[in-house]
Design a protein around this ligand. Structure first.
Ligand code: TGC
Ligand code: FAD
Length: 390
């Protein structure tokens, strides 16, 4: 059996176009050839495999839905989802790099930027020649980004930027950062900050037990002079960064299922080969219960994200629907990873198998882009009309 066959219990493949399947097989082959053989080593060493950037660009993982004229792949949202799913079967950290680049850096430049900004940055971001990061979270403002204290003050043809961002994926190596800061009237504004601007530094965050193959860092701004031309002119308020999060959360809803599928597939395979008490452990009811529940949850989630993809391609997906899918996919993926790890017994804690790495990675995925609790409260607010955040 092909090591990369994905569960498709409800023939969901029939809902995909030939183009979707082609994109999937290209991405799957690339992950199989380039990511899987090396990722465990990079994760063990806590090093970002920067040599994968070019390939990510080539398979269309950077800005899949950005139009071709700006260097994007011009694909629909199902294709974007499939790409994230295949990449995260390899590793959530590599999918993070793609999510940040496409949804959190290219998307705001495309949606909120000037024509000059689009032409200057997007084509190079699409190939990975330029890499970007997204600075919203601060040391004292994570779930509540509206409280941010990073700020800009007008000075001639520049703004002076001060403050700090924390937990920023890709920060240590990014060439540019999309940064959110408050102006003098307290409105949140977005801008592109370039590496090399005086007073801008990106110290790396060490000692992570999760997303070890992804580089995380801080963004520190000490009187950084940002040209006015680098500001996004037409977007103000929290809806600017949250609009980008809708894009990335959508990708994660598909991506986390990739990690779940890899864990399920590994546990299923192992259960048929591992003999205890004279028979394969897959023959014991307790192990079958785990596998049956895994494939049930994967199937339900596949249908949810497929439908969300259709709505998103038709521009009809609400932020609340995206929250539900992000939360559900990550929750079931974590659950599947934990159960799959147990099914491998002692082997499950080693780097011989991908499960423990997925499990640890998913602890970040369940936290970033809105925690499990925050997405539940978004659903709660939507169905009751009552806001638990205020
Ligand atoms: P609230 O008063 O509800 O809303 C303020 C304004 O924002 C609008 N809005 C949205 N717009 C677009 N999309 C959404 N999802 C939106 N949600 C809200 C809202 O309509 C309003 O607009 P306006 O015109 O009235 O001003 O805001 P709040 O301060 O009460 O906060 C709401 C809350 C808690 C849901 C939100 O702040 C939130 O989602 N918090 C979680 C923070 C988060 O997700 N951070 C992620 C940081 S980036 C990251 O983690 C990248 S990891 C990448 C990787 O490595 O893959
Ligand atoms: P807090 O907001 O302090 O939350 C702590 C706990 O309190 C959580 O369990 C939360 O659910 C709960 N809580 C908070 N508010 C409420 C409430 N109202 N009701 C009930 N419970 C509540 N950010 C970026 O801007 N860019 C990035 O690229 C980026 N990459 C990241 C990469 C990694 C590896 C990680 C771990 C994080 C990254 N983040 C990034 C930050 C991430 O978005 C935040 O960690 C996340 O939003 C949560 O914020 P916090 O860590 O400050 O937790």
């Amino acid at each position: 059996k092909d090591l990369y066959e994905a569960p498709d219990y409800y023939l969901i493949d029939e809902l995909l176009s030939e183009e979707h399947k082609l994109i999937r097989s290209t991405a799957r082959d690339w992950v199989k050839k380039e990511v899987s053989p090396v990722i465990e080593d990079f994760a063990q060493r806590a090093e970002f495999p920067s040599h994968l950037i070019k390939g990510l660009g080539e398979i269309g993982a950077f800005g899949p839905t950005i139009p071709l004229e700006y260097g994007g792949a011009g694909l629909d949202y199902i294709a974007y989802g499939i790409l994230m799913q295949e990449i995260e079967r390899g590793d959530s950290g590599i999918r993070s790099t793609a999510s940040v680049q496409g949804s959190l850096v290219m998307y705001p430049i495309y949606a909120y930027g000037t024509e000059e900004q689009k032409k200057k940055y997007l084509p190079k971001l699409a190939t990975g020649e330029l890499m970007g990061c997204f600075g919203l979270t601060e040391p004292d403002h994570g779930s509540n980004p509206g409280g941010m204290v990073t700020n800009i003050k007008e000075q001639g043809d520049h703004y002076i930027l001060n403050g700090a961002k924390m937990w920023i994926s890709n920060a240590p190596f990014a060439d540019i950062a999309v940064v959110w800061a408050k102006d003098e009237s307290g409105k949140i504004r977005g801008m592109v900050v370039e590496r090399g601007m005086e007073g801008f530094s990106t110290p790396e965050t060490h000692n992570k037990w999760s997303l070890r193959a992804s580089a995380t860092g801080e963004l520190v701004f000490d009187n950084v002079k940002v040209p006015k031309a680098n500001l996004f002119p037409d977007i103000q308020g929290l809806k600017g960064p949250l609009g980008c999060l809708n894009q990335a959360r959508y990708g994660i809803a598909w991506g986390a299922l990739g990690a779940a599928m890899d864990c399920y597939d590994t546990a299923l395979r192992y259960s048929k080969e591992r003999i205890q008490f004279g028979k394969p452990i897959g023959g014991f009811q307790l192990q079958q219960k785990k596998l049956a529940e895994m494939v049930t949850e994967i199937t339900k989630a596949q249908l949810l994200v497929w439908r969300l993809g259709v709505l998103k391609s038709e521009n009809r997906a609400s932020a609340e629907q995206i929250s539900m899918a992000k939360r559900n996919s990550v929750e079931i993926a974590l659950d599947i990873a934990r159960n799959a790890r147990q099914m491998l017994g002692g082997m499950g804690i080693t780097g011989e198998y991908s499960i423990m790495r997925h499990m640890m990675n998913l602890e970040s995925v369940v936290t970033y882009e809105g925690t499990h609790d925050i997405h539940l409260l978004i659903t709660g607010m939507d169905v009751t009309g009552l806001n638990a955040f205020k």
